[in-house]
Design a protein around this ligand. Sequence first.
Ligand SMILES: Nc1nc2c(c(=O)[nH]1)N[C@H]1C(S)=C(S)[C@@H](COP(=O)(O)OP(=O)(O)OC[C@H]3O[C@@H](n4cnc5c(=O)[nH]c(N)nc54)[C@H](O)[C@@H]3O)O[C@H]1N2
Ligand SMILES: Nc1nc2c(c(=O)[nH]1)N[C@H]1C(S)=C(S)[C@@H](COP(=O)(O)OP(=O)(O)OC[C@H]3O[C@@H](n4cnc5c(=O)[nH]c(N)nc54)[C@H](O)[C@@H]3O)O[C@H]1N2
Ligand code: SF4
Ligand SMILES: [Mo]
Length: 747
Amino acid sequence: MAFNLTRRKFLQSASLAAVALPLSKVIASETGVTRSPLEPAGSFKDETVVGGVCEMCFWRCQLVGKKRNDRLVKLEGNPKSIDNGTSICARGNAGIQLLYDPDRLKFPLKNVGERGKPKWKKISWKEALDECGSKLKKVNETYGPQGICMFPHGSTAKYPMHFFERTVGTHNVSEASFFQCRGIRDTAYLATIGMAPGENVDMPNAKAILVLGGHFGENIHISHIKRYVKGLQNGAKFIVVDPRYSASAAKSDIWVKIKPGTDTAFLLAIMNYLVTTKKYDADFIDEYGDGFEEFTKAIQGWSLERAAKECDIPAAQIKEVAIMLAENAPNVSIHPGRHVSWYGNDFQRQRALACLTGLLGAYFVKGGWVPAKGPKVGKISWAKQEHEAAHNLNMNEDEEMRYPFTPPGTPTELIRDTALSGKPYPIKGCVIWGQNPIQTIPGQQKMKDVLKQMDFVMCVDVMPTDVTMWADILLPEVSYLERYDLIKTGTQWDFSEKQQQYIAPRMPLMAPMFERKDQVYITNEIAKRMGYEKDIPVKTIEEMVEKNLAVAGLSLAQVRAEGGIHIQAGKNPYQMPEDFEVLFFNEDIADVGFPGAPTYIPVKDSPAGFARLIYGRVPVHTFNRTQNNVWLNNAMPSNPVWLNDELATKMGLKDGDVVGFINQDGFKSRTTTTVKTTPGIRKDVVYMGHGYGTANPLMSVAVDAGVDDTSLMTKITLDPETGAHGMRNNFVKFIKDGNIIDIPTSA
Ligand SMILES: Nc1nc2c(c(=O)[nH]1)N[C@H]1C(S)=C(S)[C@@H](COP(=O)(O)OP(=O)(O)OC[C@H]3O[C@@H](n4cnc5c(=O)[nH]c(N)nc54)[C@H](O)[C@@H]3O)O[C@H]1N2
Ligand SMILES: Nc1nc2c(c(=O)[nH]1)N[C@H]1C(S)=C(S)[C@@H](COP(=O)(O)OP(=O)(O)OC[C@H]3O[C@@H](n4cnc5c(=O)[nH]c(N)nc54)[C@H](O)[C@@H]3O)O[C@H]1N2
Ligand code: SF4
Ligand SMILES: [Mo]
């Protein structure tokens, strides 16, 4: 059924695309791509190629490829891997379908229509690079380097990002992985323990695990999932805080069905209870704590009852969680989270998590927060140059930072506001590389307006996702299966069992097809045309990887001979660094006008008739980037909206009803999805998988499938300390058969 539906949709939209964009038809027929990876029967030449590193998401599991008659037919986990091992997830398996997707970008394209409503003309690389180079050079000469902004993400975006940041000299770079994902986590822990935390919790050895809003099993990173499952198998108590009965909540000992946005209040009450009942690790705090007295004073108002009311959960449950953590301390994994850009009060919540870990003495101990000590490899890239003229938008007139705890780069909203107002200067050139800011950043119309006002927009991608519609020049990059690339390093997934490290450079499993090129070629050619030829650090990506490997005494040939992964002895990860400190009260934060101890900042409740829109990962997709993948589309072609079953009955809705949405600003969703009724969600929220609702007809499998959650985020909120986005402050009603249906959230 799902397959037929998809086939039909595929055929319909393919013909639609052909009508709207005759050129796409020309390109498709020229290519002769077939989706099926299997060759017809005949004589076979089978081989296994090593050195693959997955990038269907950013975790980079190590792969081997199975080839038949030089076609890649299957991907598997590399048996040598001490990270993912032989396991890969559904998305990893489906990488084959990205490789051979007939919709994939194949040639440089020039938009001879409008931005947003493109008409594509196939052009040569020379013409494309000449245009990119000359247009960006002109922006650089007219407005200075700060006139160029960049939206990068993924392993191939680092090299060009370093070129634009370090050599050209613009600060105006905004990575989705920081400002819409984990940047707040990193800077909040930096401000507490002096280190970014990663997801470095020793779950296999934990006696208890606490996770806020992370839903392992729906969010999948293989070696991380292995750690989590091992912890549960070893009998760890598991506490999940989530307004929704997630895949993780289903495995929990305690599910805290929290009111969205109130997590900090929950954490403060736990910490206050531990302090007042003396259930915290006093010895640890004597030795490593700083500002503990001010901290205890600051949180003393947070009784269990006060938090219970704020979080809409029983006081007894908060106490139960606190006792469970204390009884199992210090071997507790307080998970730092990953996607933490939630409400615009997130820096404080992340600080609270870091402080709770300290209260329990759970740093550098079995089961606690234990940073993996990985091997060193080189980091050759563009050299940093002095750029006195380049203006950093994060600095105000008094040379103070607007967002003092910002992650690296410039907060997205500062770039967008500057581009739209032209103040303090114009931003007229835009480079988009491996990011889809149309579907990644709240305020979709604002993003479109920002792109419209540019003199020049270039985009480097592998698929025709929505953002590519806004490019003047669209360049096709080789995929992760066809290129050398950054080196993945790490440690044994269960690092306490065997302390080992690995070095796994990405190597191509296939030669590139069509006219696709890699990041070093594209960046260098643009750099030459912009007048930076003398600064080019390496001629090829292969040369870069060789030089970086040489620092570890390795070469590509050697690693290939070792099965694609070099393994060496590791270091004891439980060794506490000499000057380790936990800043319970951080005076630097207080000095710049923010709360020095973790503080709860309430968020606005749903207006009458609306429910808060929350979203998350689905196991078989990575954001929008995998939506056109036939295997993954077949597995989950749409993103049904979760609605509390009692509310559904009141609203006259049932499973499978087709609905659209209208939000608090009157914005209506362009497409529809179906209803999934469940007791497993609070009444004040509705939930959907992120990344659906592609609008680009060139994504012939995915176009119009499901609803784009980002499109409904018209209200923009910012985290005051970091400038990162709060993304869960929008509210929706349903639309069915043209009628708007209120959600009786207060019922
Ligand atoms: N509404 C909403 N917004 C979110 C999130 C959410 O859950 N909901 N999640 C946030 C989080 S956690 C993150 S990390 C960000 C992710 O944000 P993005 O990185 O923007 O996410 P993707 O949708 O994967 O878009 C990446 C783009 O890279 C392209 N791409 C894939 N492979 C390659 C490649 O090899 N080379 C090049 N050049 N391009 C490639 C894809 O085709 C796609 O166009 O989104 C954030 N924004
Ligand atoms: N399959 C798959 N796996 C992925 C990715 C992917 O795209 N696909 N992306 C990877 C990336 S880049 C990231 S950052 C991670 C993200 O993975 P996570 O960090 O787990 O983030 P989300 O998927 O956004 O998780 C949303 C969860 O938070 C809950 N939630 C919503 N509001 C609140 C609240 O106020 N309080 C609490 N306590 N919970 C709340 C939602 O119900 C949902 O269960 O996943 C990674 N893994
Ligand atoms: S978790 Fe899945 S998609 Fe991500 S790198 Fe590993 S196999 Fe690939
Ligand atoms: Mo992320």
